[in-house]
Design a protein around this ligand. Structure first.
Ligand SMILES: [Zn+2]
Length: 418
């Protein structure tokens, strides 16, 4: 008898292999023409004598980042930690190209074991610690455990900070604008330093090397984007009106962004600055608008009023063969974290994720041309959760996940607050 497809789980425990020799020319052929077309320039610093094995931390804004990484490492090979949705229908290829599978925002000790194996093999381990594409072109929250991983590996650490891929195809509008790419590639820690330096200093060096703001980079380098639909989709990320504070009623088209409630309108300039068509411009720099929304969510959390609840349709991704719809249910996100209840054909499914268990949350815009979704993972499965009634709410849920975690961490470190 065939097992139920829901019971066929991806084999996370299988050891990573060194990238097959016959695939290496293919990775180069698949990468160099594309990065050359985008006039990639790599600024290298402090890389004298840098040879594998080492840990390479890369910023993440688009699939193109993998090609930039391949070009930057040439002629060396690497193993990559890749989310399971990257493996769909191509598990063989990813395994043989040295991929290590992870489910996003889970604490998976098996992955740590695999990473150690790669360093022991004498190869480069490429990690995208933001674990998702940047939503607004600034650094996503990094896991606090990164410094510990670095210390445990005892290998040198380099950072590849890539500019241009967010502006070229932001996750809220993937049409390509053909923006040039620039990357900074440098060693930030020697093996000796990872052993000698305190955790706080290691984390600080990573944070400094990882800082980026693509709209600032655009302005500083005077990169004009004349793509006519450059702001189309921006309301997915900027979902709250700074004028009347209404949520979820923002909309966009062409180079314009507007509020469906108070009708205020903003235009995105070719240099990436927002200007109100009438009255005050609240935030000309798009990331400032995004951070304003974070403060609003934080306020709702502190007042105890934060809650998002909706009927949802849920897909499961137990293995790399593809999504399986498991039915409809309800998702609640509030001060207790996530609660998902689904009536599946195999009985009720109940998943809880506390604020302390997730420092961030993965979301997708218009995923599979079907709609926005939130994904929640256990170590064995990933659920793709599509809200059915609430419009444009997933960015707020992602921000709230980060702020709930931050509140929890603060409580932990200030004993008088219990
Ligand atoms: Zn408004």
């Amino acid at each position: 008898m065939q097992p139920d497809p829901l019971d066929v789980k991806f084999d996370m425990a299988r050891k990573p292999i060194r990238q097959r020799w016959y695939l290496r020319p293919l990775t180069w052929a698949g990468s160099f023409p594309d990065v050359w077309a985008r006039r990639l320039k790599i600024a290298r610093h402090d890389v004298d004598g840098l040879k594998p094995p080492y840990l390479l931390l890369c910023t993440h804004m688009a699939f193109m980042d993998f090609k930039v990484t391949t070009a930057a490492l040439f002629p060396y090979r690497a193993n990559y930690v890749v989310a399971i949705d990257g493996f769909i229908g191509r598990e063989w290829l990813l395994r043989n190209a040295g991929g290590i599978c992870k489910r996003k925002f889970t604490n998976d000790l098996t992955v740590i074991k695999h990473i150690r194996q790669v360093i022991a093999n004498g190869d480069v381990l490429a990690l995208y610690p933001e674990a998702r594409y940047s939503l607004i072109g600034t650094t996503s929250v990094l896991p606090g455990s990164l410094g510990k991983l670095v210390k445990m590996l005892g290998a040198p650490v380099a950072v590849l900070n890539i500019h241009g891929n967010y502006l070229n195809s932001p996750c809220w509008n993937l049409n390509k604008r053909k923006i040039p790419i620039a990357a900074d590639f440098g060693r930030i820690l020697t093996a000796e330093e990872t052993a000698a330096l305190p955790l706080s200093e290691i984390n600080e060096r990573i944070r400094t090397a990882f800082a980026y703001d693509e709209y600032r980079w655009q302005l500083e380098n005077q990169i004009r984007i004349d793509y006519p639909d450059n702001a189309k989709g921006l309301h997915k990320v900027l979902y709250q009106c700074p004028n009347c504070l209404t949520e979820y009623l923002m909309d966009s088209d062409g180079n314009r962004l507007w509020c469906g409630h108070c009708k205020k309108e903003w235009v995105l300039s070719p240099l990436g600055q927002l200007n109100a068509t009438q009255g005050e411009t609240e935030f000309s720099h798009p990331p400032d608008w995004y951070e304003f929304q974070r403060r609003e969510v934080r306020r709702q959390i502190e007042q105890g009023t934060y809650e998002v609840s909706d009927e949802v349709d849920v897909d499961s991704l137990p293995n790399a063969k593809g999504y399986i719809n498991i039915g409809k249910g309800r998702l609640v996100h509030n001060l207790e974290g996530f609660s998902l209840e689904v009536a599946t054909r195999r009985g009720p499914l109940s998943l809880k994720k506390t604020p302390a268990s997730m420092y961030s949350c993965h979301i997708e815009y218009n995923y599979d041309a079907r709609g926005d979704c939130i994904d929640l993972s256990t170590l064995q499965d990933t659920y793709y959760i599509y809200p059915l009634n609430l419009h444009n709410c997933v960015t707020k849920i992602a921000l709230a996940t980060e702020e709930l975690y931050a509140c929890h961490q603060q409580k932990k470190t200030s004993p008088d607050k219990g």
